[in-house]
Ligand binder design. Structure first.
Ligand SMILES: Nc1nc2c(c(=O)[nH]1)N(C=O)[C@@H](CNc1ccc(C(=O)N[C@@H](CCC(=O)O)C(=O)O)cc1)CN2
Ligand SMILES: Nc1ncnc2c1ncn2[C@@H]1O[C@H](COP(=O)(O)OP(=O)(O)OP(=O)(O)O)[C@@H](O)[C@H]1O
Length: 227
């Protein structure tokens, strides 16, 4: 006798699929993600972060200072005129480009500078207005953050990159903080990734949650994402 659909455990709907789990994409929509692929990407990113941070530190402080100066001079026309605009900087950490000298012209132009604060793992960053002389305290990883100051939505953010690719995707420190922040803010601030040429890689293997930078600035130039 022919088995009924019921006997097969098939209730007529589509078969349950256990090969995927749910993730979230850059627009906040749920997407299916292959867990094996996710794990492979996580492992690869962890190793790649370590390799790229070690590589930039190997170059030495004098070289990084010279590159930072180049990056600042390329960034200046992109964030100016700053009047009435808020620029989200990061306090330099582990050999990242030092953009602090750009704060003075931004402030002189009537702009506002802000620094990110990690409120909680898994949550967007909060930006706090800051100017030289205002008190700082230690945040996560001992990165200095403003002790007080009003929370503010930046018009432009300058996320440092651990790695980046030709599509302007950014590899950071693995907290997902900038992706969450950019996904949460409306209107989305302009995001200009900053880093050295030695951070350029073929691809970061972008995942649904990754948000590409609008531009990448290195000591060698200003790069738009390749189509
Ligand atoms: N200078 C600077 N400040 C910044 C950032 C940055 O990239 N540069 N951030 C940019 O977002 C935020 C801090 N980012 C952080 C990212 C990850 C972890 C962290 O705890 N990472 C885990 C590893 C995560 C994983 O691989 O799963 C760890 O080290 O244990 C901490 C802070 C805000 N301030
Ligand atoms: N918008 C989001 N919603 C939910 N989870 C997210 C979001 N963005 C990122 N994540 C999660 O955060 C984790 C880390 O992301 P990713 O590897 O892209 O970090 P990163 O960009 O290197 O870190 P950071 O910006 O903190 O320097 C991922 O596992 C991802 O699932």
């Amino acid at each position: 006798m022919k088995k009924s659909a019921q006997d097969d455990g098939n209730t007529g709907g589509s078969a349950p699929c256990f090969a995927h789990e749910l993730g979230i994409d850059a627009d906040g929509a749920f997407v299916q993600i292959d867990p094996r692929q996710r794990l492979e990407v996580l492992r690869w990113r962890k190793a790649e972060r370590e390799r790229l941070i070690a590589k930039r530190l190997d170059f030495g402080a004098a070289e990084r200072r010279a590159w930072s100066a180049e990056i600042v001079s390329r960034l200046a026309p992109l964030v100016m005129p700053a009047a009435g605009r808020t620029v989200g900087f990061c306090w330099p950490f582990r050999g990242e480009p030092d953009l602090r000298v750009l704060m003075e012209p931004v402030l002189e132009n009537g702009g506002i500078c802000a620094l990110p604060v990690v409120i909680e793992r898994g949550r967007p960053l909060v930006f706090r207005a800051w100017k030289p002389g205002d008190p700082l305290q230690k945040g996560v990883w001992n990165i200095p953050v403003p002790e007080s100051g009003r929370d503010i939505v930046p018009d432009v953010v300058l996320p440092p990159v651990v790695g980046f690719d030709g599509s302007a995707y950014r590899l950071g420190y693995g907290g997902g903080f900038f992706d969450r922040t950019l996904a949460a803010l409306s209107p989305r601030p302009r995001a200009i990734g900053v880093g050295y040429e030695c951070a350029r890689i073929r691809t970061i293997f972008p995942q649904p949650h990754d948000i590409a930078m609008d531009l990448i600035v290195t000591e060698k130039g200003v790069f738009s994402p390749a189509l």
